[in-house]
Design a protein around this ligand. Structure first.
Ligand code: GLA
Ligand code: ZN
Length: 674
């Protein structure tokens, strides 16, 4: 189902159940929401004990009043199902709903997200409350979307979940012999005789069977997706056919979001960047890449469900956002293809663990605060650029980002247990592409490659069945491929490929990886340009952490290592294959390398961005498009005002002053006829 909105969503997490005894505050909330330009709130996320204070006793009247009041004032509701935190009566009466940890200890009541996804009781109770919510509010004109639970995450290792895991494995492997073979269980004599003997990984038991660890993670995703499905079904049984979302988290490692997104109509996510810890542009790139990942999950507009307008109290240091950052962060969600930017939270709670978490309305409660004023300004600008709602991002470049592969690689024991620096490696590549004004999709191995001109495989450790063939066809048909060290090493169940790596791509890349050197933290090597190399590179660059030693079999060497016993060995190579070309980067090179390398590779391949001019450092240029218009969006995350590299040809200004220098944290939006 599509979720389309004619406007950009703006608002945030609203928790009126904390203020029911303060009607004057609830009234003021609405006034201030309107003043801030908000058009939506997410409601009811942690309301279960207010909605159902005793088993079977439901109270919806308070929520009805809130939804009506909001609606009368032009504010829509994204209504939550409350499964993220359960009432005490539920846990006390039915202890099976509480989670069991890896040491097989059952949790006490408390916190949130502390529930078993398999428990029939938990499923029954969530179905009842979801259905009733849908019956009451599913057809209310003020309710536009379901917010299913909150930040799904974690696992449960109770007997019910163990049973479900065994069933899932049985379906996957058919016979225990097949499982033993795929899991390599003869190693350390861990062969199973039947599925009944299998237990999830535990520090008290099995942790060394990598394929077991991997399949447990896959199972947790499958269980979570199944639970989402169950929650959505319950909402449907209450007569609501509104679209659904769930709020995802920043590069969350615990769940394969590509699989989870299949249960959702629209993706939303919660972002809490640690602004001012590093240069703004570095934080912006990392945040922007996560927006791009979220957008890529469904290749459709997503939105930012949560972000903090001021300081985030669970971070090590609760840093205030300098003036302009809250605005810039909200705009970045839109620039990367989002259709909304919401905050956590509208009104700061008075007690408990988030009482010092930033909010649109703080404990003082007035509209004359620095934060409120910036939120208000952001709301005004979102209105001005509202024609961006529903427009899409098209990318010529894609980076492979696959949860299975990342899980297996992080668990692999070697070649560098002190840190593979995978995230950094992906980010450097991403930055290099963004520096050239390229939009980037992040995709898993299941997606089609047809729409892309450039595909990057940074440390894609696992090649699933059929993946190498797909990449080969991509290059053959004229695509530009960039593969790095530690790619194509293992198969779907983490069995190492025999006969040379990168598996299935040796011919395409014109080389074979022979050995890989792990470097100590303080060690460095370098990339030295070959005279008159294919890219015209002339500088040396530093590399660290991992150095792959390759034997070329047809590839041309572009750069070589500068030191150690492998000085002079190839470090960057290229091979022509079919109509395309395949580049190999053998080590973890620095950001400057990726900047120069990608500029040269894109140029050589004739892959251009919307802006043909050099993009000043710190400036982010993104594009969105409708059927007829191309929008160019500029944001300055640098330290100085920047001159905009304007698009060629005629353009119209949607927001900003394109001829002027763009101030730090500023925004300019232009449009051109396509
Ligand atoms: C998460 C949760 C919210 C809130 C915020 C605080 O994103 O979804 O309920 O706890 O963190 O930053
Ligand atoms: Zn369980």
């Amino acid at each position: 189902m599509d979720f389309t909105t004619k406007k950009l969503l703006y608002g945030g997490d609203y928790n009126p159940e904390q203020w029911l005894d303060h009607p004057e505050i609830l009234k003021k909330d609405i006034e201030m929401l309107k003043e801030a330009g908000c058009n939506v709130v997410s409601l009811g996320i942690f309301s279960w004990s207010t909605l159902e204070p005793r088993e079977g006793e439901f109270h919806f009247e308070w929520m009805e009043k809130i939804i009506n009041d909001l609606y009368e004032n032009g504010i829509s509701v994204i209504l939550a199902t409350p499964s993220g935190a359960r009432p005490k009566w539920l846990a006390d009466k039915y202890p099976e709903v509480l989670r069991v940890d890896a040491s097989r200890n059952r949790n006490l009541f408390g916190g949130r997200h502390n529930h078993c996804y398999t428990s029939p009781v938990y499923r029954e109770k969530t179905a009842i409350i979801n259905r009733k919510l849908a019956e009451h509010f599913g057809k209310h004109s003020g309710v536009i979307l379901w917010h299913i639970s909150n930040e799904y995450g974690g696992d449960c290792q109770c007997p019910l979940c163990q049973e479900a895991f065994r069933g899932w494995l049985k379906e996957r492997y058919g016979t225990i012999e097949n499982l033993n073979q795929k899991w390599a269980t003869t190693f350390w004599s861990h062969t199973y005789q039947s599925f009944d003997q299998i237990e999830s990984p535990s520090p008290r038991g099995e942790m060394a069977l990598h394929a077991l660890n991997l399949d447990w993670k896959r199972f947790v995703t499958a269980r979570t997706a199944d639970f989402i499905h169950h929650e959505v079904e319950a909402v449907r049984s209450g007569g609501s056919d509104l679209p659904v979302t769930a709020n995802l988290m920043y590069y969350f490692d615990g769940l394969d979001y590509f699989k989870l997104a299949k249960e959702l109509d629209v993706v939303s996510w919660d972002t809490y960047p640690t602004w001012h810890k590093k240069a703004d542009i570095e934080i912006a790139r990392d945040n922007g890449m996560c927006h791009d990942l979220m957008r890529s999950l469904k290749k459709k507009p997503f939105f930012q469900m949560e972000s903090c307008p001021s300081s985030t109290n669970w971070q090590g240091v609760s840093k205030l956002k300098k003036p302009g950052i809250c605005f810039a962060q909200s705009m970045q969600a839109i620039a990367h293809g989002g259709d909304g930017a919401l905050y956590f939270q509208i009104r700061q709670s008075r007690g408990s663990s988030e009482k010092f978490h930033g909010a649109v309305i703080d404990h003082y409660g007035g509209n004359d605060t620095r934060v409120f004023q910036e939120v208000k300004k952001t709301g005004e600008v979102l209105k001005t650029i509202s024609e961006l709602a529903g427009t899409v991002v098209k990318s010529r470049a894609a980076i492979l980002y696959d949860w299975d592969s990342n899980w297996a690689m992080e668990d692999s024991q070697g070649p560098r247990n002190r840190g593979l620096h995978y995230h950094e490696a992906v980010l450097k590549l991403y930055q290099g592409l963004r520096d050239q004004g390229q939009n980037v999709d992040l995709i898993d191995m299941e997606q089609s490659l047809e729409r892309y001109q450039l595909l990057a495989l940074p440390m894609v450790y696992m090649f699933k069945e059929g993946f190498a063939e797909k990449v080969k066809a991509f290059v053959e048909n004229g695509g530009t491929l960039i593969t790095t060290y530690w790619s194509g090493i293992a198969d779907d169940t983490d069995l190492c490929y025999l006969g040379g790596t990168p598996h299935g791509l040796m011919e395409v890349l014109g080389l074979r990886s022979t050995e890989i050197d792990g470097l100590y933290d303080w060690e460095e090597n370098s990339f030295v340009p070959q005279p008159e190399n294919a890219l015209g590179l002339t500088r040396q660059y530093t590399c660290r952490y991992l150095c792959d030693l390759v034997k070329t079999e047809g590839a041309q060497t572009v750069m070589t290592y500068g030191s150690d016993f492998y000085a002079g060995y190839p470090a960057v190579t290229v091979n022509g294959f079919g109509k395309g070309s395949a580049w190999y980067v053998a080590a973890d090179a620095d950001a400057e390398f990726y900047h120069d390398f990608l500029a040269a590779v894109l140029k050589k391949a004739g892959i251009t961005g919307p802006v043909k001019k050099e993009i000043p450092q710190g400036l982010e240029v993104t594009t969105r498009e409708s059927e007829t218009e191309l929008y160019c969006i500029y944001q300055n995350f640098g330290t100085e005002p920047a001159k905009l590299p304007l698009p060629e040809g005629e353009y119209e200004t949607v927001y900003g002053e394109p001829e002027q220098m763009l101030e730090v944290y500023g925004l300019t939006v232009l449009k051109q006829k396509k």
